[in-house]
Design a protein around this ligand. Structure first.
Ligand code: SF4
Ligand code: SF4
Length: 459
């Protein structure tokens, strides 16, 4: 399967199954696009006519180009057949119950009342609750017990708002550190916060212990304050931005992400990226809102061309800023084309429900935070393990080859079949696809590949 596109002056040919990416001139680009449909003589006749004003495009050059394309095909770098489908089931069998990451819902409560909250203001459609140290400790033990020979384990502190249960977060980190040596494990912690309760203690502890912090900020003040309000309806921007700046400044080289959400109110989200840059943040992420199509925040079909254009513009600006010595990172454009994920990972995706699970404040296990609160997806608990093996099996077999719509999608080995939660919420089925999200995903892939091609070409 081959995908061709032109962006920012680059002619890019992507061979899905080999992963090869070719940056070619426009004549070779045309040759490749016609290669499977027409005979050599037809291609030559067609292109001699198209490029009739170009003396360098002659029959000898075109035949040489056709031979180059044939050589790429012979060497498995173009029109590579898809041989991974049969492997998808075999890989599924190999995912043998090892758990490598947990998302701890330490607080099902929140001090904000965001209009687009996917978690019903942190409560996940249930009662307010916080996780006790005992439950959190048992969750960490469960992770260690089920991690097999894996050394590095990931733990996300999530909510609601996890800083509303900060003492327990700290106790759990200290407990995990205390068992690292004896269990031969390394814990990597991530904290996701709305920032309201950040103080010096949070900054010091997080910057020492958290491998990553995810800071929720939607960009422009008026955009942020439109949705991210407290229970009195007041925007939170002015209260959180100075705290985020202080935390990031003190963080040195450790990872962080400013994580924004864009909605129908700001499909022009590049302006929010600019706002974050102006505030001194350089590690950025903007996610399309996930909500019911009837929600006023939902992105519409009219928003789609705007969003797609914003992604392209963002990629161009990233290149320009890097050349000007002011680089910044956009989470969705971080694509490792050389030492990237192994084919197992590229087929099987994020591992939700198998390698990765969410834990509620009372110790129930769910495939990921997006399913918490929906009893049908409860997998089990941290004392007795997974007992809903039917649901786990469904998640285990969710991959790039289990969804009919993905069969012809050039991006399938980058997307691994997409997000199960988005698919479920959009279609009612884990095996569905969220078409709108797919359009955005493919555009992001085109942009991130273009960035790397342009850098290689010195553009
Ligand atoms: S801060 Fe997060 S959990 Fe709290 S209301 Fe906003 S989106 Fe929901
Ligand atoms: S982008 Fe959509 S269609 Fe393509 S592989 Fe991902 S989920 Fe499937």
């Amino acid at each position: 399967m081959v995908h061709q596109y032109q962006l920012n002056g680059c002619n890019i040919v992507l061979d899905t199954c080999s992963g090869a990416i070719h940056a070619v001139d426009e004549v070779a680009y045309d040759v490749i696009s016609l290669y499977r449909e027409k005979s050599a003589d037809e291609i030559i006749a067609h292109l001699l006519e198209k490029y009739s004003g170009r003396p360098d495009v002659n029959e000898a050059e075109l035949r040489a180009c056709l031979e180059d394309v044939a050589e790429l095909e012979r060497s498995g770098k173009l029109f590579t057949p898809d041989t991974f489908a049969p492997l998808a089931d075999a890989f599924k069998e190999r995912s043998n119950g090892v758990v490598k990451a947990l998302c701890l819902h330490v607080a099902h409560t929140c001090n904000l009342n965001c209009a687009y909250c996917f978690a019903s203001q942190g409560k996940y459609h249930g009662d307010r609750a916080v996780m006790s140290f005992e439950v959190g400790k048992r969750a960490l033990d469960y992770l260690v017990e089920h991690s097999g020979s894996r050394t590095n384990l990931e733990v996300d502190f999530f909510g609601g708002e996890p800083l509303m249960n900060w003492d327990v977060v700290k106790q759990l980190v200290m407990y995990a550190r205390s068992i690292e040596k004896d269990t031969h494990k390394n814990f990597r912690f991530t904290l996701t916060t709305n920032g309201m309760l950040i103080d010096d203690d949070v900054i010091d502890f997080s910057n020492r212990e958290m491998s990553n912090v995810v800071l929720s900020l939607d960009g422009r003040k008026e955009i942020h304050d439109r949705c991210r309000v407290d229970y009195a309806g007041n925007g939170s921007w002015e209260r959180i931005v100075p705290k985020f700046q202080k935390l990031v400044q003190a963080r040195g080289n450790k990872n962080y992400y400013m994580r924004g959400t864009f909605t129908h109110a700001n499909p022009d989200f590049l302006n929010d990226i600019h706002a974050m840059l102006d505030l001194g943040f350089t590690e950025l992420s903007m996610e399309p809102v996930v909500c019911a199509p009837t929600d006023p925040a939902a992105l519409t079909q009219e928003d789609l061309p705007i969003v797609l254009e914003q992604y392209e513009q963002l990629a161009k600006e990233m290149l320009e800023r890097k050349q000007a010595g002011q680089p910044f990172t956009f989470y969705h454009y971080m694509l490792d084309l050389t030492g990237g994920p192994c084919i197992y990972k590229r087929i099987s995706g994020c591992g939700s429900g198998t390698e990765y699970m969410a834990v509620t404040p009372w110790g129930d296990l769910y495939p990921c935070h997006q399913f918490v609160g929906d009893e049908r997806f409860r997998l089990g608990d941290i004392w007795n393990g997974v007992d809903n093996t039917a649901i786990q099996e469904e998640f285990r077999s969710c991959n790039a080859y289990s969804r009919p719509e993905c069969a012809d999608c050039w991006a399938k080995l980058y997307c691994s079949g997409g997000c199960a939660a988005n698919a479920y919420h959009a279609t009612g089925s884990l095996r569905g696809t969220y078409a709108y999200g797919c359009e955005l995903f493919r555009k992001r892939m085109e942009c991130s590949i273009m960035i790397q091609v342009a850098e290689k070409l010195g553009k």
